[in-house]
Design a protein around this ligand. Structure first.
Ligand code: GLP
Length: 243
């Protein structure tokens, strides 16, 4: 694993955006695995700036997002489809038909998961996967548990995730209790993975995930087994991290 420590969030975001740009330039028809959460927003803003300058072309890029809340429609401003449209897709020249997010409105859980795995398979997997890190070590919505779930699955969100994400909703009661998420196997099959971390609040979990035992109790710890992971963070998140 390579570690890139930037002075602050702005510079960490620029570094992550640089890696994504390099991927798009080297393989214009690449498949990007994209993430939501507050952390990647800075990288997306930077990509938009470079697109507006004429430095980037997303017209042939396909994207596959990690996860979606079950029960939220694309028009719901808390859905991850809405997040991706407003934070990235609406501001670049990606063809929305080439962007994929699990269907939160599909009530049949097995169908929702099967369909999404088929989308990932039909695209030949992911070239570059962007990840944030949940405070309990989750990636996508792969929550701590007894096993590493392989494919797309429906998860019951943990209390810790519900309360961490409540800041985006009017009240904690409005946070959905379930989500569809890409599985650990799909994430691990990405050719390259960039994990973005920022802020003191992530310091402890970054250390546990990347230097502690590999266990489904800390889902991100499985990334230690991937051969091409870049951890990009700011000093606040990486201060205690061995480099
Ligand atoms: C959510 C998302 C994750 C994300 C995590 C961390 O739970 N499903 O993909 O990594 O939040 O969010 P943040 O970057 O806001 O700390």
């Amino acid at each position: 694993m390579r570690v890139y420590c930037a002075s602050d969030y702005y510079h960490a975001s620029r570094a992550a955006a640089n890696i994504i740009s390099a991927q798009v330039i080297m393989k214009p028809d690449c498949v990007l695995g994209l993430a939501t959460g507050s952390t990647p927003i800075g990288a997306y803003e930077q990509l938009i700036r470079w697109y507006e300058k004429g430095d980037l072309d997303f017209s042939r890029v396909h994207s596959i997002n990690l996860d979606e809340y079950r029960g939220l429609s694309p028009e719901n401003d808390q859905s991850y489809r809405y997040f991706m449209n407003t934070h990235l897709f609406d501001s670049i020249n990606i063809d929305k038909k080439n962007t994929f997010v699990p269907n939160g409105m599909e009530e049949d859980k097995e169908k929702a998961c099967r369909d999404y795995d088929e989308i990932i398979r039909a695209h030949g997997g992911i070239d570059l996967q962007i990840l944030g890190l949940g405070q309990n070590g989750h990636i996508g919505f792969n929550e701590p548990g007894g096993v590493f779930a392989k494919g797309t699955h429906c998860v019951q969100l943990t209390e810790s995730t519900i309360s961490a994400n409540a800041r985006f909703f009017a009240s904690i009661d409005e946070v959905p209790k379930e989500a569809y998420t890409m599985g650990i196997k799909s994430i691990m099959q990405a050719k390259k993975i960039v994990v973005i971390v920022s802020g003191e609040g992530k310091r402890e979990i970054v250390k546990r995930a990347f230097t502690g035992p590999i266990t489904p109790q800390v889902p991100a710890s499985v990334l230690q087994l991937h051969s091409d992971v870049i951890l990009v963070g700011d000093e606040a998140a990486l201060e205690d991290f061995p480099r």
